[in-house]
Design a protein around this ligand. Structure first.
Ligand code: MHO
Length: 214
């Protein structure tokens, strides 16, 4: 749904985009997420023909609730970007900034992180966000789509899989991010039917803290 709030966008590559989408989805201040391909130069990438692109997550957020710097803390704490294991271009560690301020914050944050992790060398690349190609519908809200009955009861067409606030949130909580208490507080405002809500309470609680996987 359309919400009348200030909105900014961040784009991160941090390994498999399914996990990243769940991580940020359940985060306060995140309004919607879309997984896709970016950072390369080849035309019209797809999952099967990604070319030199990387799996990335595009995050629309409300900067009055969560800052770009806070999004970056989640970024550093939730993927591999050291040189100990070589990383395929598909899973590269990438910060694609949308404006001058994000660019500066990203560089400062990487320097800090580099100091903290030395002598390990950080592979994270920082570049301007150019083209972003949304991924195939079956990659969007992947964890939510795994709950087939719930997902079909939400009538998520390919467009809504990219834009729905509720799908964004559920995709995070059902993967165990955020936890049952935070979910209960938020669920009231999601417009779920009693059946959907009961189903989600059960699975959010079951999966709480299980860790992201791909
Ligand atoms: N291990 C996953 C990777 C998916 S991903 C979106 C698979 O089975 O394809 O890179």
């Amino acid at each position: 749904h359309d919400v009348n709030v200030t909105k900014a966008t961040a784009t991160f590559g941090m390994g498999c985009f399914w996990g990243a989408e769940s991580l940020y989805g359940a985060t306060r201040g995140v309004l919607r997420t879309t997984v896709g391909y970016a950072g390369g130069s080849s035309d019209l990438p797809t999952y099967r023909k990604m070319g030199d692109h990387t799996e990335v997550l595009e995050i629309d957020y409300d900067p009055t609730v969560i800052s770009f710097k806070e999004l970056l803390e989640l970024f550093w704490n939730n993927h591999e970007y050291g040189l100990t294991t070589p990383i395929k271009r598909q899973y590269a560690s990438l910060i694609l900034y949308h404006d001058e301020e994000q660019k500066q914050v990203a560089h400062a944050s990487k320097l800090e992180e580099q100091e903290r992790r030395a002598p390990e060398v950080i592979t994270t690349e920082i570049a301007s966000k150019e083209n972003f190609y949304p991924a195939e519908a079956y990659h969007q809200k992947y964890r939510l789509q795994g709950h087939k009955d719930l997902a079909s009861s939400l009538n998520l067409n390919p467009k809504l899989l990219q834009t729905s606030y509720v799908a964004t949130k559920l995709n995070g909580y059902l993967a165990g991010v955020g936890g049952i208490e935070q979910f209960k507080a938020e669920a009231e405002t999601m417009g779920l039917t009693p059946t959907q809500r009961q189903y989600c309470y059960y699975h959010v609680e079951q999966n709480e803290g299980q860790g992201l996987y791909c």
